[in-house]
Write a protein of this length. Sequence first.
Lengths: 438, 435
Amino acid sequence: MSGGAAGAPKPLPSSGPKSLREMPHPLATSSSEEMGPALTPSPDLLLPRSIADKDLSLPNGTPVDTSSPASSSSLLNRLQLDDDLDGETRDLFVTVDDPKKHVCTMETYITYRVTTKTTRAEFDLPEYSVRRRYQDFDWLRNKLEESQPTHLIPPLPEKFVVKGVVDRFSEEFVETRRKALDKFLKRITDHPVLSFNEHFNVFLTAKDLNAYKKQGMALLSKMGESVKYVTGGYKLRSRPLEFAAIGEYLDTFSLKLGTIDRIAQRIIKEQLEYLVELREYGPVYSTWGALEVELSEPLEGLSACIGNCCTALEELSEDMTEDFLPVLREYILYSESMKNVLKKRDQVQAEYEAKLEAVALKKEDRPKVPTDVEKCQDRVECFNADLKADMERWQNNKRQDFRQLLMGMADKNIQYYEKCLTAWESIIPLLQDKPETK
Amino acid sequence: MESAEAEPSDSRPEEDGAAPRSGLPPPEQPVATMEDCLAKKMEITVSEAEKRTGRNAMNMQETYTAYLIETRAVESQSEGQCAPVDSLWRRYSEFELLRNYLSVTYPHIVVPPLPEKRADFVWHKLSADNMDPDFVERRRIGLENFLLRVASHPVLCQDKIFYSFLTQEGGWKEMVNETGFQLKADSRLKALNATFRVKNPDKRFTELKHYSDELQSVISHLLRVRARVADRLYGVYKVHGNYGRVFSEWSAIEKEMGDGLQSAGHHMDVYAASIDDILEEEEHYADQLKEYLFYAEALRAVCRKHELMQYDLEMAAQDLTSKKQQCEELATGTVRTFSLKGMTSKLFGQETPEQREAKIKVLEEQIQEGEEQLKSKNLEGRDFVKSAWADIERFKEQKNHDLKEALISYAVMQISMCKKGIQVWTNAKECFSKM
């Protein structure tokens, strides 16, 4: 492991807001000759680096030049190698747990404990534990969207809850939300770019997040600054094929998810109605048992058995409501935000094309492509590269997530039937019992 | 009760001779042991059902279903050859006639019930139409069950009319009507009256009546709720079929996930389709419960008969007592109790001694007759109670056995359903794992 700037002073632990520093941007690198495929930006290379270090560098300490346009393919390669981080190469772990209710004069709300364990140099301490509420997560997401507009930001669970219909403080609701918030942070943690975001760092570490928020320090990356857009005005002639394909895919995908959501809800509804009838059914056997002599025990047993099936069914419906539906909805939200990113990309491309055309119309003797247009081209290519990389990562994660989700659904149904099977099998001997053997 | 000698397979049961007196089993009523029951000597099946059209009593065209009854004597195995099959067609109304005849002729027996005339306790998918093939099929099975029940009853299987029902196509109706059983039937009103007014019925019958009321109520409730449960379960399974379609559509836009989704969708379709067979099997369970729902009515009928006989006895005793009193009053000239006759005779003058003598003579004759009648009624009553209670005990055992079997088969059905569910979801899970 090659070292970085040797002899640099170790960063002092600080609790206040960080000084302005430029974000190392993996894509803003020089020619590809400097990095061979062997050099992977493995984040476990933890080198003491100066906080005040103004030089942009990749996480592994390699210096970077932001002047020339990005070379996408090799960059994509490097990013992809990041994708399969297994536990051993991970150096950042974040968990959301321990929800607590806070009752204040003005309002009542829930906070969650956010625990961070890390060996990354960007963090002053190896461990952090802070408390955050939903609006803090919301703030983080907005900041990420602002500062990393070329990337796909994971979704948050729904913000607004219809009061009166759903109890915001019920155990089930809070637990569902906690899981979603945990997933949100984990997705950011797994992202090779987003996980190094300044705001994310502050979110995980600051004791007083509100103070930081108020400071309003625009810690935008160079890229983010440059990609801050205009409110439209540029119209894209046509979306490149591959992005058009992504757009179409997302449209169909979210449509199908919507259908699955509806089906799942309908199933839960039917199951609950079935449960209502079962709840009346079981006790009738009990009533009958009270009338009989020899059949008394078998009928009672049958009644109890049906009762057990009721309990199992209740558990199944609850599980589906709490674990299955929210994930579906998350992905629908994800798709929506991704479509917006696609639109932004279109904007960037449109701007570039418009400026290019303007230059062409001027019909000057072309000495050199003006820097302005060059910069636009840069932006387009970077955006495209970021988006493609993120899409591929997203596709992979989506496949794993849905594999897990659907296997979980199958599992829950299997468990339900197994519970019922046990109940019914256990009463067979009771039904067959001869009175003489008692 | 003595059992008749075991008879060779081709002989007929003994002729009854005199028609039974109301309420009393015929004195030489042969009672078969289990081995002698007709059911053992003869194979009985209701093998087919056929739609017919014909003209009814009012010469109007009607459609009805006719059922084919096939009978064959059970030969010993060593003979090697099968006896020929006899068959004839009967419609539901003829079964009803048979049953009415048996109920009136053997009021001390819990007579097996017929399957329902009209489809009841249906859940939405089943048809309430009498012409519906599923209903007709279940009725066919129910009618066969009825015949087998009668044929295996130690008393009923000996009945000549029953035997003719199974073997004699033409003229059976006339034969039944000739027995004049309709005349022996007790009027409903009379029975109701007796139920309210009887003073000292046998306690066991009162308890039994109470039990059969409760049984009817609880089984009705059970059948109603079960139908609703079936309805809801149907809904749950069928909605899963929608997953099949959407997984298929989704798989079209996926690369690696496509195959897994598609095949999982297929399993969802299998799951949704499986409920049809499951619920059809459950209908058999419902039919078994229904039989005992109707049996409760048969139990009640026996209790009613007892109450009627007891009331009749009480009335006869009361009548006798009052006649004796009247006689005494006339003889001694004292009026112990108020009677209109007494009043009028006081008002309009006494009778002549000759008139009084004549009256006394009449009364004494009536009293003697009354005493004989009371004696025989008492005997009848006691015999009825004894034989009825024997059949009730037999019925109780049959009921406990049958219902246990029904519950076990219901549990087995549920186990099978659970296993199918586990299988389907395990298959789906495997498909998902390949995503």
